[in-house]
Write a protein that binds this ligand. Structure first.
Ligand code: HEC
Length: 174
């Protein structure tokens, strides 16, 4: 019986401690605050599991050059503000985010992820990170075009590279 009370008390204390952590402002809220204990581990675990379950394994079409060009234009419009262009220069928006949006067109980016995984992230976003979901804003085809662009960022046709290498000017419709 005593043992049982001990177990119940233990469980209650865990909940009280967790409540106090959030209630009394100990949990990080500001972007510059250090991450919560295990924040990254659990967030990554949840994301990974959701993608395993939900991301399409096969693309509905194979991209041709025009798809990369469309992807490049859409990327400039919707993604570059956070994920930057091939030069890797961050906007103020990008620099102020936590977690920092990875540079998708510089270095490895997500070229080692299957396009279906990137498609899932574009479609659904990643909660509490600043990564928006685009399913209401873009068509399926458009999201695939951007996913292919990101997946092949290290071997894009010259025509798509030319589009991406124009200077970033958000106020002029890019
Ligand atoms: C407002 C800022 C913002 C915009 C706009 C944005 N993202 Fe993100 N994105 C983020 C952040 C922040 C992360 C990091 C999330 C994390 O650490 O889990 C992220 C993560 C990602 C990832 C996962 C990267 C990895 O290493 O696994 C992909 C892929 C991605 N974004 C693609 C895109 C694409 C494509 C677009 C445009 C259609 C876009 N994002 C628009 C902020 C943004």
């Amino acid at each position: 019986m005593r043992f049982l009370y001990g177990v119940i008390l233990g469980i209650v204390l865990v909940f009280v401690a967790a409540y106090c952590y959030f209630r009394f402002g100990l949990a990080p809220v500001a972007v510059k605050a250090p991450p919560m204990p295990f924040e990254k581990t659990y967030a990554n675990m949840a994301l990974h599991a959701a993608i395993q379950k939900g991301a399409p394994r096969n693309a509905p079409f194979q991209p041709v050059e025009a798809d990369f060009q469309t992807g490049a234009r859409l990327y400039r419009e919707h993604c570059a503000v956070c994920h930057a262009l091939p030069d890797g220069v961050r906007t103020a928006v990008s620099g102020g985010e936590f977690p920092k949006p990875p540079l998708l067109l510089k270095g490895k980016g997500v070229t080692d992820d299957p396009p279906g995984e990137t498609y899932w992230k574009i479609q659904n976003g990643i909660r509490m990170t600043g990564m928006p979901g685009f399913s209401d804003a873009l068509s399926d085809r458009q999201m695939w075009d951007i996913a292919f662009l990101c997946a092949q960022a290290d071997k894009l046709p010259a025509s798509a590279q030319t589009i991406l290498n124009q200077p970033y000017k958000p106020d002029t419709g890019m």
